[in-house]
Design a protein around this ligand. Sequence first.
Ligand code: DGY
Length: 318
Amino acid sequence: MRKVVVTRRLPIDINEALSDFDVDANYTNEPISNTRLKHLTNDAEGIICMLDEKIDKNILESSPKLKVIANYGVGVNNIDLVAAKACGVTICNTPDILTRSTAELGFALMMAAARRLSEGDRLTRLNIFPAWSSTLLSGTDLYGKTLGIFGMGEIGKAVAKMAIGFNMNIIFHNRRVPDAKNLLPNSNYVSFEELLSESDFIVITAPLTPETKHKFTAKEFIAMKKSSILVNIGRGPIINEADLVNALKTGVIAGAGLDVYEDEPIVNSELKTLENTILTPHIGSSTIETRKGMAKMCVDSVISVLKNNTKPHNTVNI
Ligand code: DGY
């Protein structure tokens, strides 16, 4: 039978879903080593992998039967797409299905940072809720403020739609200037410099590419409003984390809500000590419905390539 490797536990019955294949799965949440991955995949025709696994040239070239990789996530910066194309391997991801959940988490982080929810939660649990006071943990409103979106893809658009309910003024910056017909009503394209200087909140929803790596460094934080809040639901390395720590410590910007980190799963230890941050462990798409849907989409991609010999719509390296 044709072998499909599944590199980590998924929230569906993977043997039932791929019953026509010889499934070699890691049924735990523990990541497998690169050496083990290479060993497992050398006779596989399909792989379902996670976004924190590096699928490099070495793995691709040592898996001669490989035809499809379904990445459990939308960002594919973990896969060498050029080498995959050269090896004739179809790479699929999980777009659309996770858009709303990831956008909701981004919005939740923005609200939590604005209203200082993690500080309030800590204070209440530690029994140091002093007495009601007119200034206790005063935050900032979202209503009527300017939201800047860096990377107006599907997730960015979903965040923008939610922001309309808060009467936010929406501006965004993309690498390419979008066509007028692709603009969301109530949102305006601005230069990167304008995004930095005009936003009260910046939400990063861009993918990690050589152009977006370290797009936010000390220089960009200085260009932002002192009162601004930065949210990252894209990829950690888009921000220079050491510079962000410095900016948050010295009041260059007011706060941050982060779901992704430069060196995941390691999180900068100084970042963890800062009160003006809310930190979550890369759970953007983590709702029961979405994570099941993503698993189903990966299974469908494998079946489509291996059984039906067709490239699904979610192929990223056509
Ligand atoms: C993705 O799919 O790239 C997201 O980061 C998942 O949360």
